[in-house]
Structure formats: structure tokens, C-alpha cells
Design a binder for this molecule. Sequence first.
Ligand SMILES: NC(=O)c1ccc[n+]([C@@H]2O[C@H](COP(=O)([O-])OP(=O)(O)OC[C@H]3O[C@@H](n4cnc5c(N)ncnc54)[C@H](O)[C@@H]3O)[C@@H](O)[C@H]2O)c1
Length: 252
Amino acid sequence: MQLKDKVAIVTGGGAGVGQAIAIRYAEEGARVVVAEILSARGKSTADAIQKAGGEALFVQTDVSAEEQVKEMAQAAIRKFGHIDILVNNAAILLINEDTRAHELTTDTWDRTINTNLRGYWLCAKYTIPYMLQKGGGSIIFIASRTGMRGFARIAAYSASKGGVFALMRSMASDYARDGIRVNAIVPGTLDTPMNAEEFSDPEARNKYIPRIPAGRLGVATDIAGMAVFLASEESSFCIGGVYLVDGGADLG
Ligand SMILES: NC(=O)c1ccc[n+]([C@@H]2O[C@H](COP(=O)([O-])OP(=O)(O)OC[C@H]3O[C@@H](n4cnc5c(N)ncnc54)[C@H](O)[C@@H]3O)[C@@H](O)[C@H]2O)c1
């Protein structure tokens, strides 16, 4: 058990990568706060953890809403007493709205940036004071290659994910001497609810696979092992790092 006695918050823990990480963290002995905007999803992850004998708390949270994030961190403290790990994972890709810069609406831009970037910052802002009190912690940003390269026709998502890298590196410098390590995981293309609409078309699905040396799309559980490593003491010298988990997609 690599995370015994640790308390972890996983945002967007109701589906996809967040759900896989929340369940795996609980299997590794962590007590898990599932911070998720959709109640049914968040509850189902917390229930699954509890049924398997783990400890979990679901807190309905919109990560872009400051008061809700503040309350979520306080609820974690009330229930479990401290916070050791934050996984900033909740993000949106508004696939039918996100587009080229001059065609974007301010609403699409604002919703995307507010969830994907402001949300990561707010969750850090309201959990770091508790980590400082305890003398350390690990913050993991789920990033995207989109933020390194900027992909066509998703300008808002690309910008939000670019900001995630800069925020991660800035925070990694700022808190290293406080014992708080900040790192990023960069998943490849995953078969998760985020891509459900696109991958419901077998042709679209098949278009991606030849570009992935592993010969398949990723699945949410592919990301969980790296998230355990970065949360555990095994990664105690890893600070400000960017860790690809993409089946080799970055080679091409
Ligand atoms: N799916 C991919 O191919 C892919 C690739 C690279 C990076 N990523 C990144 O991985 C992370 C997880 O992606 P996923 O594919 O699991 O997504 P997903 O859409 O399958 O799951 C995201 C979860 O976050 C929740 N959520 C959305 N907005 C929220 C909010 N404001 N507050 C709280 N919860 C909210 C959703 O309800 C959902 O349960 C994201 O940061 C995403 O950008 C995904």
C-alpha cells in the first residue's frame, strides 16, 4: 500500500481518469475526496470505493466556483483531518463549440478557461494552506499535449492547457522548499467520456490508432499508476516534471 494514511482530493473523480485515479488511490490505502460537479457520477465513485472496503467522501463541487472549492477543502478537513494529495483533473472540452479564435464565443472561452485553468488554481489555492500546515504534499496536474503544441480548432482548450503547464511550473518552484511537490501527467488520447461523442464513430476511432505506437487508444486506468507514483514517497525527488503516459504518441 503506497498511500496508506494519505488523504487525497481528486477533482472530476466521477468519470474517466479522475474515477480511475480515485479508485486506485483507495486501493493503495488513501482516503479519497471525490470532488465532482455531477452528483450521480461522484456518488457512484465514492460508493464503489466504500463497497470495496475503502474510505471516500463525495463533495459536489464545481471547480470553477470559488466558494464551492473552499467548502470542499473544508469538508475534506472536517472528515479526514488533513490533505496530502491534490489531483487537479476536472476539465472540459466543448467539442461542438471550441474552434478557431475568431469564431469562438466569449462564453465558450470563459467556461473552458474557468474550469480548466481557474479551477486548477482555485483547488490549489484552497488546499495548499493545509499542506503547508502539515509540512508537505503532492499536487498532480492532469495536463495535455494540446497545451504544449496548441491543436487546430480547439483554441480555448489549447490555451487552457498551455496555462496549466505554466501554473504547474510556477507552483513547483514556489513550494518545493515547503515540501509540496507539483508535477504534471500528460495522457495520450483516451477512450473516456470526454471523447465519447467523437469515438462513437468507428472511422474517427480508427483514424487515431495508427498514430499511436502502442497500437491502441489509452484507457483511464493507464494513467492511474503514474498518479500513484507521483503521489507517493517514491517520487520524492520529482519536482516540476512533465510525465508522458501516451503509448508513444509523442514520438510521431
Ligand atoms: N480524454 C483524453 O483523450 C485526454 C487527453 C489528454 C488529457 N486529458 C485530460 O485528462 C483529464 C481527465 O479527462 P477525462 O477524459 O477523464 O474527462 P471526462 O470528461 O471523461 O471526465 C471529467 C470529469 O470531470 C467532471 N467535471 C467537468 N467539469 C467539472 C467541474 N467544473 N467541476 C468538477 N468536475 C467537473 C465531469 O463531470 C467528469 O466526471 C482532463 O484534465 C483532460 O483535459 C484527457
